[in-house]
Design a protein around this ligand. Structure first.
Ligand SMILES: [Zn+2]
Length: 146
């Protein structure tokens, strides 16, 4: 069994997405999904599955666990810009030593830790496109990836 760090942040499956909102008045996207637009205060918000791919804007490695954090350290942390024009603060894959500004990144769902029931607790992170190409065996590449 699996559970998620917080309901409503992302979808799981072969093609996971972050779940944000799009404002019907100003047209801007935000994440996570809110009831009111953070830019113009409109309440004309529709749920939007955000792009799975973006570019890297900033990053660091977190080496000491934040309070309440139960996952492994170190882990990557930073900002990814999505084609919708928003920048998402996100966990990143580790190591981060070879990250470069503007690097193509994509979303994936990972197990953060195991809870008291023995279930994997899932979260999202972005990882470089190039890293997955190295990891995925050639015979399995391309299966259902958008
Ligand atoms: Zn708005």
């Amino acid at each position: 069994m699996t559970t998620v760090v917080r309901d409503g942040l992302f979808t799981v499956g072969d093609s996971p997405h972050l779940v944000g909102g799009r404002c019907g008045d100003c047209g801007r996207h935000h994440f996570p999904l809110l009831g009111t637009c953070p830019y113009c205060s409109s309440d004309q918000i529709t749920r939007a599955e955000l792009s799975r791919r973006g570019t890297l804007w900033g990053w660091t490695a977190v080496t000491a666990p934040p309070p309440g954090y139960l996952g492994d350290v170190p882990f990557g942390f930073g900002v990814v810009e999505l084609p919708e024009g928003l920048r998402v603060i996100t966990r990143l894959s580790h190591p981060v030593e070879h990250f470069t500004f503007g690097m193509p990144m994509h979303l994936r769902i990972v197990a953060l830790h195991t809870d008291e029931n023995g279930d994997d607790v899932l979260t999202y992170e972005f990882t470089p496109e190039a890293y997955d190409r190295k990891i995925v065996p050639t015979g399995e590449a391309g299966g259902g990836r958008a």
